[in-house]
Design a protein around this ligand. Structure first.
Ligand code: SAH
Length: 361
């Protein structure tokens, strides 16, 4: 057993089974044993490869989307360029380089990161040098200012609770101990749960739904700033609109693994519910775009023209890799359809490029 597994097993033996969210929080961000807090999980040698690690084109398209929104809103001064969960800092490094070609943008936008991991904060600082940033532990600490924000594969790392519908209510998936004292999932007794009433219409007994308890608070903080001061927040992640089913997943060294076997050593994620993002942001008074597949979003922003321009300077393996990267980011069989994009913006302002309004085609 990992040291974290031993500690969690002792805790469960003493106080009983814990919700999946508590288990996930311990596995990912425990100060001593957490997956993100203790290691660098990115890149070819790591556990997974994210879009910014695949090609600089991803950061360039995101930067141009945010820059256009900044211009459409009248180039507000003392604005914040923020990223949630920046990983190795690659996305922001690519964005900052791209923003030097947007007049005024680099001098106006202050970089702010929300990052839980001290190890990754160091990596992010080196990635964007000589530019500098301010780090925060939570979104609530972001400044009150016009906010141009991106979060790529951040929300999927937030702890979720999982429920299975029964005939009389819902049973929660809890982490307990098996006869051998190992961590294993179980189900709580069935009970009605008011927070899931909105899922009674679109689910049947046996269906599994997931909620992310931290999401509404995070969206309220971000949407509130955007409504008060202007800005745009762009969320990119794998997920769907009010999805049904168990999406809790562990990945280690690019392979799916058992989520209760090695707490702290594997990445744990769940699909993001874009309906929950939209609902929370609207409640805070913001406008919310439709959810758009990543491939469509990047194509609308001109990634193919950019890919062709970059390809002109390449040959051999470098060219092959570049073509493969473009395909991987945009093709429906790769990341193009599984990953989705949604944006929140102040009511009455222009739609961020690449996105359309809810209800429009
Ligand atoms: N956006 C990056 C990394 C995604 S991985 C990329 O696309 O490559 C998730 C990131 O979120 C990591 O940087 C991780 O340390 C951070 N993170 C995870 N949970 C967090 C939390 N609760 N608060 C702040 N940062 C968190």
């Amino acid at each position: 057993m990992t040291p974290l597994a031993e500690r969690l097993a002792r805790q469960i033996a003493a106080t009983g089974p814990m919700p999946l969210a508590d288990y996930m929080a311990a596995c990912l961000t425990d100060p001593d044993h957490g997956y993100y807090t203790t290691q660098d999980p990115f890149g070819r040698a790591g556990d997974f490869t994210t879009a910014p690690e695949i090609s600089q084109m991803f950061g360039e398209m995101v930067a141009l989307c945010l820059a256009q929104a900044w211009m459409d809103q009248g180039t507000p001064t003392q604005a914040v360029l923020a990223e949630l969960g920046p990983g190795r800092g690659t996305l922001m490094a690519d964005m900052l380089r791209c923003l030097t070609s947007v007049p005024g943008a680099r001098d106006t936008l202050d970089v702010h990161f929300v990052e839980a991991s001290p190890t990754l904060r160091d990596r992010q600082a080196s990635a964007i040098a000589p530019a500098t940033a301010t780090w925060h532990g939570t979104v609530a600490d972001l400044p009150e200012a016009p906010l141009f924000l991106v979060a790529n594969e951040f929300l999927d790392a937030l702890p979720i609770r999982q429920f299975r519908r029964s005939d009389t209510g819902w049973q929660e998936v809890m982490v307990g101990l098996d006869d051998a004292g190992h961590l294993c999932p179980g189900l709580s007794p069935s009970a009605p749960i008011a927070a899931l009433d909105h899922r009674l219409a679109d689910t049947r007994p046996g269906d599994v739904v997931e909620i992310c308890p931290a999401l509404p608070g995070i969206m309220a903080e971000i949407a509130g700033r955007i409504v008060r001061h202007g800005g745009v927040a762009l969320f990119i992640d794998y997920g769907d609109w009010a999805g049904i089913g168990d999406t809790f997943q562990a990945v280690r060294r690019h392979a799916v693994t058992e989520p209760f076997a090695e707490p702290g050593l594997a990445d744990l994620t769940a699909h993001v519910d874009f309906a929950a993002i939209s609902g929370a942001a609207r409640k805070a008074g913001a406008a919310v775009t439709a959810m758009v597949p990543q491939g469509v979003f990047l194509e609308r922003l001109g990634i193919t023209a950019r890919a062709q321009a970059l390809a002109r300077g390449l040959a051999g393996d470098a060219l092959d890799n570049h073509v493969a990267a473009h395909r991987r980011l945009t093709h429906p069989a790769a990341m193009g359809q599984l990953f989705k994009v949604i944006a929140i913006h102040p009511p009455g302002t222009a739609l961020p490029p690449g996105l359309h309004a809810q209800g429009a085609a």
